[in-house]
Ligand binder design. Sequence first.
Ligand code: LFR
Length: 488
Amino acid sequence: GRPLRLAAVDLGATSGRVIAGSVGSGTLALDEVHRFPNGGVRAGDTLYWDVLGLYRETLAGVRAACAGGPVSGIGIDSWAVDYGLLDRAGRLLGNPVHYRDFRTDGVAARVSESVSARELYQVTGVQQLPFNTLYQLLSEVDRLAAAETMLLMPDLLGYWLTGNVGAEQTNASTTQLYDVRARTWATSLAERAGIPPRLLPPLRDPGERVGTLRPGIAAEHGLPELPVVAVASHDTASAVVAVPAEPGTRFAYISSGTWSLVGLELPEPELSEDARAANFTNEGGVDGTIRFLRNVMGLWVLSETLRTWSARGEAVELDQVLAEAAEAPALAAVVDIDAPEFLAPGDMPARIARVCRDTGQPTPRTRGETVRCIVDSLALAYRRTVRCAARLTGSPVDVVHIVGGGVRNRLLCQLTADACEVPVIAGPVEAAALGNLLVQARALGQDLPDLAAMRALVRATQTVERYLPTGGDWATAEARVDAMGPRV
Ligand code: LFR
């Protein structure tokens, strides 16, 4: 049909953007109308999100989208697991806390006294990460008595925009409070773990209407009373929608941003004990699909490294250090990039150097060597994860698709092809925004019956780059990392 102009609000942990997209038959065009930094704000002993800033920037972006031409809908996606609590009057109770805050330290171990890790996995299918919503809620259990509702970030913003509460399924599936097979909240499990089930709002499918922009907000911002559509509100779910896989190919994907989400799309959850031991998650996707994946620490380690250097007054450009890294010797030192010590903000170069020293490897001396160690270690983690996913599901992988901001890191893309020993197709960069737009467009009547149709449109309109494997002794490096300590 005639292209629809839609606003996609895509909130990442390090930056947010609002994209005005046109979606129609043969058309999928992006216009980035607003971009802003995001990140943790440490106040007192807590690492928070600037949630009011995110709300303000969301509205600024929607205004910018509308200034460029008529808009038919708004969709919001963001990182997962984090939430705000509302009281009985619908007011925000406290400022949402960042998942990298240390308040969840030790909580998972306490939960296993009331619900075993095995049962948790059987029901929710979710990997053990210290910051799962379940553990965050339990870290503030004394405050829950005053709370009526828990809203995940996109649902909280959607509530402020429309006045309606709900929980979109793809994001709800990351909370460890959701029954991945029944596709409902895991109410009895929640109760046994100590979470009042009233906190869990009605579920919505991606594509359902959240509501309409409240008249007061529309008037205040000079906006029409637009529909707000529930998209696949977990950014990773939206990104996977836009993976330009050819029909029938056996593909793995890497959604490459602050995190690297590495895995497969499955028709059913994979809940075996082997999958649990390998810490693979089963998150709900569009049209009943499952994202069977692991969180790899991602570009976070690189961006924290750059932040550390610039805080010391060293002028560093990403492209420059990547060029230096490309010249540095390959696989000279590798670390387990998923080790818990890389999770919290801080001096990553020092942590990398310490691990290299402690594991008897040469310590990176130059910036290029440090960055090379990080990208080699990331590629190695991709290899390990892709091969493990293939093993666990019995489905071989012929091609790895990389989507998201990491597509711009050409060194990492090439090393991924080398490490995984299969071709890599890299692109599109703005996959999460594209997936957001595609699901919105379908909800508003465009002819995109299934994921295959959405991906065909991405293939027809977006450019990708191909990388072929060129070798390297990844097996030896993998064995070195396997001998190191526990991972997140
Ligand atoms: C990626 C992501 C991951 C999730 C992490 C924390 O942006 O959404 O999928 O595990 O952020 O929420």
